[in-house]
Design a protein around this ligand. Structure first.
Ligand code: ASP
Length: 326
């Protein structure tokens, strides 16, 4: 049987063109697909969800998309979500945790708009269809396919503001590649995802508000109390190095952890955070007052995981355990 792949377009630079007012949404999903030569042996259908920059996409759309993917995967062998690259690292991880199928789900986009002679859109879309229709992509979780690389949703982040190989999975590297000859996987993502995720399928319409606070020398620490008063259900702190902060922030967080869970991540891109340093503000002191170590998760992904955990009513010790599993 020929694999059937559904392409769902939401917009992004891949569907934009230059105007006098700057680059803006321009072409529809059908035109995007028409620009792609058919992939031998794979049948492709299209669903045009929206045509907006990914910067406009909110959790409401993620939830709708996740539900749609879950439902469509009962009838298709794989799904490709086309969106702007700006927020791919977030939406891909949300789908990774809330799509309950082991079938391939690929998220893709482009760095160059559709009107540029060497736009990367058609190539990325074609590569993504090849991955979504490939049996070896089954059970790999949600992947991001851009520039011929296949990245695990959990580890990928946008590293480049303008050039076409804009994504990296840090020290772990891509899980595979796709080229003219086919799809090659080097390894499988090791953490829980999709069919092994307890958050899939996502039920309901809302997620608890979790905020991210970047730390820096001389920061205004009032932001933490503001967020708690304003109704934040959890806070992800982007701390320094292996998970350290100032003694001033330590004092503030002592109060914050009694009200909402606090997850420590890092401004540094590679490695994990750990309860290592014992001085006031050091990672161990933060752990000892009740902060959760965000492991090697990017702060934006830690935020999504914390929100899902809170939605499932998890306790502090459960949150700590789950951060090691996802
Ligand atoms: N601003 C665009 C978007 O995310 C960038 C892109 O698609 O690459 O929609």
């Amino acid at each position: 049987m020929r694999p059937r792949v559904l392409v769902v377009t939401t917009g992004g630079t891949i569907a934009m063109a230059k105007t006098e007012a700057g680059i803006k949404p321009s072409v529809n999903g059908r035109a995007l697909l028409n620009a792609v030569p058919g992939v031998e042996g794979i049948d492709v259908d299209l669903y045009e969800f929206s045509n907006v920059p990914s910067d406009w996409i909110e959790w409401k759309e993620w939830i709708l998309l996740s539900r749609y993917i879950n439902e469509r995967l009962l009838h298709y062998d794989g799904v490709v979500i086309v969106q702007g690259t700006d927020t791919i690292e977030e939406s891909a991880y949300f789908f990774n945790l809330t799509v309950s199928s082991s079938k391939p789900v690929v998220v893709t986009g482009a760095m160059r708009s559709s009107d540029v002679w060497d736009t990367d859109g058609p190539r990325n879309l074609r590569d993504s269809i090849m991955v979504a229709g490939n049996l070896n992509a089954v059970s790999k979780g949600v992947v991001v396919v851009v520039g011929g690389e296949i990245h695990a949703a959990r580890d990928v982040f946008k590293i480049d503001r303008q050039f076409t190989n804009a994504f990296s999975s840090g020290r772990k590297g891509a899980v595979g590649i796709v080229d003219e000859l086919g799809v090659v996987f080097f390894r499988s993502p090791e953490k829980r995802h999709t069919y092994r995720s307890e958050f899939a399928p996502f039920v309901g319409d809302v997620l608890p508000q979790v905020d991210v606070v970047y730390t820096y020398t001389g920061m205004n620490l009032d932001v933490f109390n503001f967020l708690v008063k304003d109704g934040s259900s959890g806070i992800v702190v982007v701390a320094a190095g292996i998970g350290n902060a100032s003694k001033h922030l330590y004092k503030v967080l002592k109060g914050v952890v009694s009200k909402v869970p606090v997850v420590i991540t890092s401004r540094a891109f590679y490695g994990r955070v750990a309860p290592l340093y014992g001085y006031e503000g050091g990672g161990k002191s933060l752990y000892d007052i009740g902060c959760v170590m965000g492991e090697d998760l990017h702060p934006l992904k830690a935020r999504i995981l914390l929100s899902l955990l809170l939605r499932h009513g998890k306790s502090l010790s459960e949150i700590r355990k789950e951060f090691k599993e996802y």
